[in-house]
Design a protein around this ligand. Structure first.
Ligand SMILES: Nc1ncnc2c1ncn2[C@@H]1O[C@H](COP(=O)(O)OP(=O)(O)OP(=O)(O)O)[C@@H](O)[C@H]1O
Ligand SMILES: [Mg+2]
Length: 205
């Protein structure tokens, strides 16, 4: 299963969630992380606490790289750049599931809705018509406030594919690159687990 993290909104939590999902899945499944972002944020991770191979590819072969890795690994998690970039599209074309992180703020919501539009356009392309691209928005860095609940309701009302899983604003997530996956008995870990399971379920259609 290829899961691509995508949004043109910078700083919405793509890399953090890519790391968490890859670390979570790697406990039981062969997993690889693909860094398709020229910023190379994943290079800053402590390899001792993140026992997942990282393949860097910011070239136009990204689509082929991802497809090749999917033959050898059960889970391929792709982190893309947080700005408009043609090569992001090639990573999206290969995805089984596109995860669009979105902070509960109007600026982020606008970009997330645009990302959904783009994924749907790619899904209609002749390369993909036979195999759907499942996709969903996950609210990240969310506080349990009335505004967050309102934004969720608005996304549902406009038929946006919003996931039930939600990621809170937590120090454990800031520390992930250096400390690895949050402790198993933490709320942060539970949030990652619920997200991973929902992605799997939705990707199976
Ligand atoms: N759930 C969270 N709780 C608290 N802080 C978070 C959370 N997720 C991400 N952050 C912090 O927010 C910042 C941006 O996160 P991250 O780098 O993952 O976003 P990104 O979408 O990959 O950014 P870019 O577009 O620059 O690649 C980082 O400082 C990160 O530690
Ligand atoms: Mg990033």
């Amino acid at each position: 299963m290829i899961v691509t993290l995508y949004s043109t909104k910078g700083g919405c939590g793509k890399t953090t969630l890519a790391l968490c999902l890859a670390a979570y899945w790697s406990r039981r499944r062969s997993t690889v992380l693909v860094d398709a972002d020229p910023q190379a944020s994943l290079e800053l991770c402590d390899k001792q606490v993140l026992p997942v191979p990282i393949v860097r590819d910011t070239s136009e072969d990204i689509g082929k790289t991802v497809a090749r890795l999917a033959k050898d690994y059960e889970r391929v998690v792709v982190d893309t750049a947080g700005f408009k970039r043609k090569k992001n599209l090639d990573a999206l074309t290969q995805a089984d599931f596109v995860l669009i992180p979105c902070k509960p703020s109007p600026f982020d919501v606008r970009e997330a809705v645009a990302a959904v539009g783009l994924v749907r356009e790619i899904a209609e392309s002749k390369e993909r018509r036979r195999r759907p691209i499942h996709h969903g928005i996950v609210l990240t860095m969310a506080q349990r406030t009335a505004i967050t609940a309102q934004i969720r309701q608005d996304l549902i009302a406009t038929e946006m594919p919003i996931l039930s899983a939600q990621i809170g604003q937590r120090v454990a997530f800031v520390e992930t690159p250096l400390a690895g996956l949050p402790e198993e008995d933490s709320v942060a870990f539970l949030e990652v687990r619920l997200l991973a399971k929902e992605i799997r379920r939705r990707a199976n259609g």
